[in-house]
Every structure is written in structure tokens, then in C-alpha cells.
Write a protein of this length. Sequence first.
Length: 323
Amino acid sequence: MPKLMDITWMMTIAIAATHAIAAVAQQYPHKSIRVLTSQPGGGSDLAARTIAQGITGNLGQPVIVDNRGSGTLSGSIVAKAPADGYTLLMQTSSLWTGQLISPAKTPFDVLRDFAPITLASIAPTVLVVPPSLPANSVRELIALAKAKPAELNYASGNTGSSAHLAAELFKHMAGVNIVRVNYKGTGQALTDLMGGQVQVMFSVTGAATAQIKAGKLKALAVSGAKPSTMMPGLPTVAASGVPGFEAVSMFSVFAPAKTPNAIIERLNQEIVRVVNRVDVKEKFLGVGVESVGSTPQELGAAIKSEMTRLGKMIKEAGIREDE
């Protein structure tokens, strides 16, 4: 049993550490903050720049966006950075799906090496088919796919992309066999879909909206847990015959693990304030993204849930990086 002197000494150390953390948080920030993200022009870049611009004023320090190409590169830098709130990460779900698909090539562990700050926004996809396909609902598509196993093709982006994993999750949960056709670009995939060379695609909403409105594509459902304001009147896949289905890209902000909670909470407060502004919501919707603004705890729980759910599907489907 510890002696009274030992207990008193440990309590003194704990109190001193608490005061030190509080002092750091009160002084934060006293210099510029860097937000690492992927290549310029992408969804993560837009979100990072919008947030950086929005929080600069209240924090009183410049917030600089640093484009580093891949999520693996930016993630590895942030994972090794000092846990002081001056090096942050903005990335999509590819941060952890990449770890699930290629663990040997991922130099960090998402759950161990990062402190969640907030789920800033989500990007659902829309399930689209060519007008010529005799399926006008998700249930009809499932019935058609079951009647013609391995005869329908789905257009996909790179392995691990939102379009790819949404389609694979659909196959897994609906119990259908549709064949993947990989495309380097969304534009060519949509062109072939409209022409009937492929029959199914989970497309980012912004890319498919014009073709849907023009009648060149049929939209069957959205991939999120709830109906999307970007596709009014369109049901979810989950409500259309695949209960529990949800596939969205999550745009999230992280700090290095062990960053003081007071700093995490300050950053969360400022970022959530920005993403919930009316002008920011409208800006995000214009590119197919919906504002969220979660607590750090909610983001952490969501990532654990997604890694468990998608990890099971990725393993059973045998998805590998070189597909």
C-alpha cells in the first residue's frame, strides 16, 4: 500500500501537470497554425481553406494550409509533429480506409496517433444508372442484379475511393454480384454510364447533378443515413431495400495524439462555429458537401465504428491496393 507521503507527492505532480496544461491552453495560440491536407483543388483542400480563413480572426494568428498530396504523407507528418496544436490535419475517410486496405504501407495508426477535433462535413454519393436500365428503384436494381449475376458492371474510381467502397458495401449488404470497372476519372465513368457501357455508379453528387436534371441519368437513392438537401425527394439506399446502408466521405480535422484537451476543445469550438455559418453551408453544398461540426468524442466514435464496419467488408471482399 502506498505511503501517505507517496500519495501526497503524486497528487502534487498531477496538480502541477494540470496547471501546466491549463497555462499552455491559455497562451494558445501564440504563433501561426499549419493545416496539412491533400492536393490543391480537392474537397479536403476546399474545406481546409474555408476553415483556415474562418478561424484565423478569432484565434488571432495566421492559419496556413499546407498541401502535401496524399493522405499518407500528410498524415505521417502530423502523426510525428509536436502535440501542441500548431500542426493539424484535414483529411477524408481515406485516412483510415487506406490503413484498412494497405496496413503495411500506412506509417501511422489512426486511432493511436491522432486526436480527433471535429467531423467538419460529409459528402454522400448518389446511386445512378443509365435511363435504359430497367430499374427505377433500389429494389428493382437489386432484383435485376440477382437475376443477372455478374452481368451488370459498376463504374469505380481508385481502390478505396468513396465510389469504390460505396459500391462494394452495396454488393456486400444487398447480396448482389456486380462487376467492377475501374476508371481514372469521374468524367469518363459518367460518360460510359450514360452510354450504357456500365450500368451502376455511386457518384459524387456535384458531378452527376447536371446529367440527372437533363434526364441523361436516373438517380435511385443517396448513400447517406439521411435524405440529402442536394437531392430533394430522393430516398436513401437504407430506406430503399438495404437497411443500415450508409456510405459517405467524412472530412475530418485532427491534431497529433496527446494534444492537451483544452486546445482540442478550443479548436473544436472555432471550427464548428465556422462550418455552421450559413455562407459556409451554402458554399459546401455547392460542391456536394454537407456541413456537420461534431464533438471530438463523436468523431472518435464514428471512426471506430467505420473502421470496424468497413474493415469487415474489405476483408471479406478481399479488397487490396493493387486492384
